[in-house]
Design a protein around this ligand. Structure first.
Ligand code: DSN
Length: 415
């Protein structure tokens, strides 16, 4: 993967782009929301469609010259429809947050009520955080995971909904390692006449592959990102029943966005085609098996996992008991030095600042893309433990970095 044409014009940017490819090749990408898109997806995203304005929808654009933009968007829609089985799919949102924004803009008025999971318990900024437009435009209350088990307490959620009477309940999370029972959340929404938005950003690929139950056909609205567990390049999607299709389309464009990023829509089309292949199901199954193996290894090394394990692509480690003097930020920094890239993360009952929280979140989507299996992920768990047990020991860091390099060499990327 070279950047010769960039280099001819701008060597400084070419150096940075090539440095980034090497960084991804030579270190372990374990940020749970990241993955490695195929070169085909990257090629589509780097195409001449970046030049094209195509405001509107296929066959109804506000600009001429949209025949190929139409073709690409229709393919993306067709493939997403086949993957997820939704009545209606809009593939234009620039990201998951813009997909959520479209649902709120279509269905809510300012001041309406959102019930969603607290950020420290695994929620997302766009679900009502005060720093986000959702926290500023709407009245927000938040549910939590059970303090003992780390699982969503569906009865408490239903009680909270009965008390708060929200206009919309948001399910789907950014740092929740367990299967989500969309039917129970739908039942809580039905009881109070609220809409249900299932934001499957993290598990889009697992849902597409049938490895996690789908909210499509249960929740009123399903939003997702296209670059996490599904490898269709950066972006978002919204799905809904036909009855909401026009409202959602109008809320995406012109409601919240101008011209769609057609090069990214092309990436989505290619990535969705890849996800329709039988190998993608194997990939999604392996991603979950790898996360379970990673979790087991970390537990055996004395770490405490929120909910004691995982059903999906990520584990959330609470460092407070096992390593009270090491914050998630300290752990993130030492691990990065050793070639293991993940993020410090807040945990339920967080006692530190979100800038330097008490946990780390680790995911297996990217490792699985480059061919890691359960044995490799157990080994990665051991390496993480060695670093966090001695975050300031340069000899340990150096030794782990060499082992990371060997794992990377054995599982090459972008050859
Ligand atoms: N920033 C993403 C994550 O890391 O989970 C969510 O948008």
């Amino acid at each position: 993967m070279d950047h010769d044409k960039v280099r001819d014009v701008d060597p400084a940017v070419a150096d940075a782009l090539e440095g980034e490819v090497d960084r991804q090749r030579e270190t372990l990408q374990m940020i749970a929301s990241e993955n490695h898109a195929s070169e085909a997806v990257i090629d589509a995203q780097g195409s001449a469609l970046t030049n094209k304005y195509a405001e509107g929808y296929p066959g109804e654009r506000y600009y001429g010259g949209c025949e190929y933009a139409d073709e690409v968007e229709e393919l993306a829609i067709e493939r997403a429809t086949e993957l997820f089985g939704a009545d209606h799919v809009n593939v234009q949102p620039h990201a998951g947050t813009q997909a959520n924004q479209a649902v709120y803009f279509a269905m809510l008025e300012p001041g309406d009520k959102i019930l969603s999971l607290d950020l420290n318990h695994g929620g997302h900024l766009s679900h009502g955080h005060p720093a986000n437009f959702t926290g500023q435009l709407y009245e927000v209350e938040q549910y939590e995971v059970d303090a003992e088990t780390g699982y969503i307490d569906y009865d408490a959620l239903a009680d909270h909904a009965a008390e708060f009477d929200p206009d919309i309940i948001v399910s789907g999370y950014s740092a929740y390692p367990r299967e989500i029972d969309f039917e129970r959340i739908q039942a809580a929404a039905d009881d109070v006449g609220a809409y249900h938005l299932a934001d499957i950003a993290h598990i889009t690929g697992l849902v597409a592959a049938g490895v996690h139950p789908s909210p499509v056909g249960i929740a009123d609205f399903v939003t997702g990102s296209t670059h996490k567990t599904i490898r269709a390049g950066r972006g978002g999607i919204v799905m809904c029943d036909e009855e909401y299709a026009d409202d959602i389309d109008a809320a995406v464009f012109p409601g919240g966005q101008g011209g769609p990023l057609m090069h990214n829509v092309a990436g989505k089309a290619v990535g969705f085609k890849e996800a329709l292949q039988p190998e993608f199901t194997e990939y999604a199954e392996q991603t979950v098996a790898n996360a379970k193996a990673l979790g087991e290894s970390l537990s055996e090394n004395g770490f405490s996992l929120v909910s004691e394990g995982t059903d999906n692509h990520l584990v959330l480690v609470d460092l407070r008991e096992s390593h009270p003097d090491t914050s998630g930020g300290d752990a993130e920094e030492a691990l990065e030095e050793a070639g293991i890239v993940l993020n410090g993360n807040t945990v339920p009952g967080e006692t530190r600042s979100p800038f330097n929280p008490s946990g780390i979140r680790a995911g297996t989507p990217a490792l699985t893309t480059r061919g890691f299996d359960e044995d490799d992920c157990r080994k990665v768990g051991d390496l993480i433990a060695r670093v966090i047990d001695a975050p300031e020991d340069e000899a340990v860091i150096e030794d782990v970095r060499a082992e990371v390099a060997a794992l990377c060499d054995a599982n090459p990327l972008y050859e």
